[in-house]
Structure formats: structure tokens, C-alpha cells
Design a protein around this ligand. Structure first.
Ligand SMILES: Nc1ncnc2c1ncn2[C@@H]1O[C@H](COP(=O)(O)OP(=O)(O)OP(=O)(O)O)[C@@H](O)[C@H]1O
Ligand SMILES: [Mg+2]
Length: 312
């Protein structure tokens, strides 16, 4: 089949009285990177485990390339790689042995296994470290190794649960680079993280989960448009000789709620989502605009606005 799409179809998962995932539906196209964010306990890991066929939903289904996690988990596991948030392995192995062990579990033929291990080590910058013991690894290298293991059977779909957790800034940047490289290879990636700038940077699409519900989903532009609020301000800079006139003209407009001069900018507040009227007014009165800037909300602001701090 050509398209490797992930279809999450009305998935619900309960733990006794607690609804960890509540009627979530989402489709992810082949080659897309979906960033999943949400407060602690929001249900991200539970959803990722369901997608990876490691937990069974109470209701709904997930299909990976058309294969149901309910009825065909073995087929799902062949085309999907899951990187868990926690590293659990016998630590008295070397990197090479660890990958060899998982290569056997994935039933990669012995002849191909060596080459495949070399390839994943190269991808994750672990080349030359095959004899290093797993137990002494830094968090950065441990995460690389977990990712290398996830890539062993060359899955088309990658599900990464907080891969950057605990990494220092350099290791984080390097991991981001690896994820981008995998995306460029055409992999479909679902990644959860609390590091919002990273998610902002690597995701084609972002889903915000809170208390088991998908509260917002879309690309960053759509999320921004949704959250472009009336409190958002526009910065305008005109020549200093025109500043007072520009302020008076704008302050007189009914759509303008505030207009202050904060040298060298005029800071304009308005309920009108489209701020072109500012430019139109300047043009109408032949006032030269030197700078015009509307602050875009960061993913962090969008996150804070769309989640109310509810936990399940
Ligand atoms: N096996 C389980 N048994 C009982 N409750 C569980 C189980 N797994 C998860 N939960 C609960 O389900 C809810 C969602 O947990 P989950 O681990 O999916 O959240 P999360 O979004 O991944 O959080 P975090 O950001 O802290 O990793 C939480 O309230 C958690 O305590
Ligand atoms: Mg989690």
C-alpha cells in the first residue's frame, strides 16, 4: 500500500473510573510529523501505547496503514517503531549486544542484522561505540540507543514518547536533527514532548491533549489563528515627525481599543482580528510605515490558553 496513514478513530481508554483517553480521533498522513503535547497525566503515553498496539482501547480503533491495532497487532508492530519514555533493559550489555538482542527479537536475519545495526548507529550518531556498556551511558546516548533500537526493523511509522526528556541543550538539538532527518526520509512520526519549542520546530501538525480529550489540533498557523486574541497587540513604527499624528488618527478609529506611543513604536490594541486597517489608515494619510509587526503567539502561549490545568 502506498499511503502509510495513522487513523485514530474515536479511541477511549479507561483505568477503572479514570478516563485516560476520551474519544480521540485524528488522522496523520504519510510523512507527516505530529507533535503531541499536554499536561502531565493528560493521556499522551496511554494514547501512544494504543497506537503502538501495546495497550488495547476500550472503544474505537487505530489503523496503521489500514491494519487495526485490535485485530492485527503483529502487522502493526512490523510497520511501526515505538520508543518508550522509560529505558528498561539489562544494563550489563554493550550497545552492540543490546541492538543485536533486539535485532533477534525483530527476527532480522543474521546476515542483514550487522548491516542494519551499523545503519541505525550511523543514523543516531552511535557509530564506533558498539563496545561501550549500556549501563555507563549518558542520558543523551541512552536516548540515542533507544531510538536506534526503535529503528532496527526500518519502520515506516515512528511513535516517540518524550525522546528529549532529560537531555541537555546540545543533545536536544542533536536529537531534533535526527528526528528531522527521519522525517526527510519520509517516515510518519508521532512525537510527544513537554519541550514546546522543539515541538514547534519539528511538527507539521500539533495536537494538544488535556484530561484525555484532544482540545486542539492543526498546523501551527491554524493554532495561531485560533488563538489570535483581542489582547494581542500590533507594533507600528512611523517616522518620528509623524508619530503623534498617526497615534491620533488610530486612536480615533472605533476598532482601536488602545494606542500608546512607546518610543519608537506605537502599540495598538484592537478587537479586530485582521490588522490591515492600521496600514490602510497610514496609507490614506500618506504616513510612511517603517515597521509593522504583529506578535505571533508562541506554542507555549497557545498551550497555556487552551489548557486549563485540569488533570485526570
Ligand atoms: N496502567 C495504568 N493504570 C492506572 N492508571 C493509569 C495507568 N496508566 C496511566 N494511568 C493514568 O492515566 C492518566 C494518563 O496517563 P498518561 O501516562 O497517559 O499521561 P501522560 O500525558 O503521558 O503524562 P506525562 O506527561 O506525565 O507523561 C493518568 O492519570 C495516569 O495516572
Ligand atoms: Mg507520558
Amino acid at each position: 500500500m502506498e499511503t502509510a496513514t495513522v487513523e485514530i478513530d474515536n479511541v477511549t481508554k479507561r483505568f477503572d473510573d479514570l478516563i485516560a483517553v476520551d474519544r480521540i480521533s485524528l488522522c496523520i498522513d504519510r510523512g507527516q510529523t505530529l507533535g503531541l503535547i499536554g499536561p502531565n497525566g493528560a493521556g499522551k503515553t496511554t494514547l501512544l501505547r494504543i497506537i503502538a498496539s501495546l495497550a488495547v482501547p476500550d472503544r474505537g480503533d487505530v489503523r496503521i496503514q489500514g491494519q487495526s491495532v485490535r485485530t492485527n497487532p503483529r502487522a502493526v508492530r512490523k510497520i511501526l517503531g515505538f520508543m518508550p519514555a522509560e529505558f528498561g533493559c539489562p544494563r550489563n550489555l554493550t550497545i552492540g549486544e543490546y541492538l543485536e538482542y533486539f535485532g533477534c527479537l525483530y527476527a532480522i536475519p543474521k546476515l542483514d542484522r550487522r548491516q542494519r545495526i551499523q545503519e541505525v548507529c550511523q543514523l543516531t550518531d552511535l557509530s564506533g561505540r558498539e563496545r561501550v556498556l549500556v549501563k555507563g551511558l549518558s542520558t543523551g546516548n541512552r536516548q540515542r540507543l533507544l531510538l536506534a533500537k526503535t529503528l532496527l526493523h526500518d519502520p515506516q511509522v515512528l511513535v516517540l514518547d518524550e525522546p528529549a526528556s532529560g537531555l541537555d541543550p546540545r543533545a536536544r538539538t542533536e536529537l531534533r536533527g535526527i528526528v528531522r532527518e527521519l522525517a526527510a526520509m519520509g517516515k510518519t512520526i508521532i512525537i510527544s514532548s513537554h519541550i514546546l519549542p522543539d515541538i514547534e520546530d519539528i511538527s507539521d501538525r500539533i495536537g494538544i491533549i488535556e484530561a484525555g480529550r484532544l482540545v486542539l489540533d492543526g498546523n501551527l498557523d491554524a493554532l495561531r489563528a485560533h488563538h489570535r486574541t483581542s489582547s494581542r497587540q500590533v507594533k507600528l513604527r512611523v517616522g518620528s515627525e509623524d508619530a503623534t499624528r498617526a497615534r491620533n488618527l488610530l486612536a480615533a478609529l472605533s476598532v482601536v481599543t488602545s494606542c500608546e506611543l512607546q518610543e519608537p513604536f506605537l502599540i495598538i490594541g484592537s478587537d479586530e482580528p485582521n490588522r490591515n486597517f492600521v496600514l490602510a489608515e497610514m496609507l490614506k494619510h500618506d504616513i510612511r510605515v517603517l515597521q509593522f509587526q504583529e506578535d505571533e503567539p508562541s506554542l507555549e502561549e497557545i498551550f497555556m490558553q487552551s489548557t486549563a490545568g485540569k488533570v485526570t
